[in-house]
Design a protein around this ligand. Sequence first.
Ligand SMILES: Cc1cc2nc3c(=O)[nH]c(=O)nc-3n(C[C@H](O)[C@H](O)[C@H](O)COP(=O)(O)OP(=O)(O)OC[C@H]3O[C@@H](n4cnc5c(N)ncnc54)[C@H](O)[C@@H]3O)c2cc1C
Length: 307
Amino acid sequence: MRIAIIGSGMAGLACASRLSEAGLSPTVFDKGRGLGGRMATRRAEGGFQFDHGAQVIPCEDTGFRGLLENAKAAGHIAEWDTGDGNAKAVGAPGMTALAKYLAQGLDLHQQSEISSVTRSDGAWDLTSEHSLGTFDRVICTAPAPQTRKLVGHALSDPLDNVAYAPSLTLMVVLNRPLDSPDAQAYPTGDLAWIAHDSAKPGRPSRHCWVAQASADWSTAHLELSKDDIATRMLDLFLTHHGLDATDVAYATAHRWRYALVTDPLGQPFATSSDGTLHAGGDWCLGPHIEHAWRSGTAIAEDILSAA
Ligand SMILES: Cc1cc2nc3c(=O)[nH]c(=O)nc-3n(C[C@H](O)[C@H](O)[C@H](O)COP(=O)(O)OP(=O)(O)OC[C@H]3O[C@@H](n4cnc5c(N)ncnc54)[C@H](O)[C@@H]3O)c2cc1C
């Protein structure tokens, strides 16, 4: 069976890895350069490194816990002690490590943006800049608005009610240590999360910090240029810590338009009426990496049970 998976984030890789365990050989396409989607790690000149997407890996499901334990035994997951008595699982040496662990042995095609998925002669044709061939099954794990554009015409379930909050994210390097908790969530205010990224296990020893704006602030400033976002968020960050511009060695920003799912679909995946096309991702079940894993795994099980 020829299987194409769109997206090498957690949902796509979980699906591909389960199918491959069962002896199938899916082909994974992703438009990005690196694996992991929103489980992202950015490296910058000077040995700086930031997890600018997902920060930590919460876990409730026993199946997902099994994956984390295996990845931990293989050195790709570590516990981050943030001093609040509640160690948090993180990828090591970066959040993409879990994606790299899952991706071992898979047929991956990065920098392949799928532009169309069409049905002809009982198969699915995938196109990027050129034709990528025909497939018996297609699984799309792009964020819901992108999935709707690409394969919405074929899905029985409408995705119209799925919603996300955006997240504007600042990456900043300080010239000196900062006397502040390594990780702090702020339920109110313009900044929702501030973390000392270099304090996570396995990171280069630098003064790299990540700050995420609240959903309200992110929504209000979403269309600013990245330079303007960086300037404004740096102001918030410096004011918060009582610092000034001379303390800053480097700062940049990232815009996540679809960051955290606020209104999920409420079921593990969507399908076409004939079951040959699936769509899934965190947007099916909730805002976390684990939800993406559960969706991708459920799609794989559905395909295997029908085979
Ligand atoms: C700022 C931020 C902070 C977060 N914090 C946490 C946290 O601390 N803990 C947590 O558990 N979760 C967190 N999350 C959420 C978590 O990152 C996601 O739930 C999870 O990574 C989603 O995985 P996914 O596979 O569903 O989607 P994605 O990771 O978005 O993967 C989808 C992939 O599809 C690819 N794609 C899209 N369109 C195409 C196309 N046309 N062709 C080819 N490829 C395509 C994309 O490049 C992407 O790689 C955070 C997210 C953000 C943005």
